[in-house]
Write a protein that binds this ligand. Structure first.
Ligand code: FE
Ligand code: FE
Ligand code: ZN
Length: 278
């Protein structure tokens, strides 16, 4: 069974998000634990979490993929911004323990004018401080498009951040199809080649989740603008090959396309129907 879902809001609680997921045919979902622009965690209701967990288990959900707020910059030049992101991420991870065994992905950050090497060092150091607090969760580095001064724009940069960790037991990678396409990895013409490169440079055993997005821009545009499925430069056929690839098909797939619930329901149905037909 394909593990497929989309990014959902938890503004009405965790149980409501899980029920939304069920209603649109999803068996995983992504969410922000707090406002993506920052702010504090909301008070948690035990009843809400309990109901959420019951829904997830009744419907055999795969791992959920929580997303760190965009505002976190693990390689910010200002130490107070890095400390803020570190402490808030640790707080998110402590909160995520109430839904055990799930994933938490984050953007490795923008070095601004410090240079990629410095950015990689700062983010590696940041991760070293966060990972001991991962609890029951796994923290995933997201592959980035290389917009502005983003790091994690190549598999080699992601591998470099990982290589500086002493313990990989709570770490992994989340591959975003829009980002790597925008980053110059041609998953339309050469998916096998891209997967081989990932395996050589990072190791497929470290890949835990996929963000399944089309892209508004051409290969190597370094833009990072998500398109609805089949309304971008990647297209449905190429994304279906990602979802059904024998080396990837067991992973959770998360749509982060510009949709409301009905649009997501439609995209999920498109993939499920095509996967059943193959
Ligand atoms: Fe992301
Ligand atoms: Fe993403
Ligand atoms: Zn993106």
């Amino acid at each position: 069974m394909l593990t497929l879902g989309c990014h959902l809001s938890i503004s009405k609680g965790y149980a409501a998000a899980a029920q939304d997921a069920v209603d649109i045919g999803a068996n995983t979902f992504a969410f922000f634990l707090r406002n993506p622009r920052g702010g504090a965690l909301k008070a948690l209701s035990d009843k809400d979490i309990e109901t959420c967990r019951a829904i997830l288990s009744a419907h055999h959900f795969g791992p959920l993929v929580a997303h760190a707020p965009y505002v976190f910059n693990p390689c910010a030049a200002k130490p107070d911004l890095r400390v803020y992101a570190r402490d808030a991420m640790i707080e998110d991870l402590e909160r995520l323990n109430s839904l055990p065994g799930n994933y938490y992905n984050f953007h490795p950050g923008s070095h601004v004018s410090q240079g990629a090497d410095k950015g990689i060092s700062l983010t590696a150091e940041f991760l070293g401080e966060v990972l001991p607090h991962a609890g029951s969760s796994r923290v995933l580095i997201e592959t980035m498009a290389g917009k502005g001064s983003e790091i994690g724009r190549t598999f080699a940069e992601v591998a470099e951040i990982m290589s500086r960790q002493s313990d990989l037991s709570h770490l992994g990678v989340c591959l975003d199809t829009c980002h790597i396409w925008d980053g110059g990895y041609d998953i339309v013409q050469d998916l096998d080649g891209v997967i081989d490169t990932f395996d050589r440079e990072i190791g497929l055993q470290h890949l835990y989740a996929i963000h399944l997005n089309d892209s508004l821009n051409a290969l190597a545009a370094h833009k990072d603008r998500h398109a609805k499925i089949d309304e971008g430069h990647i297209g449905f056929e190429a994304l279906l090959r990602v979802v059904t690839h024998p080396k990837l098909s067991h992973l959770p797939f998360i749509l982060e396309t510009p949709n409301e619930l009905p649009g997501y329901a439609k995209e999920i149905a498109m993939f499920r129907k095509a996967v059943t037909a193959t």
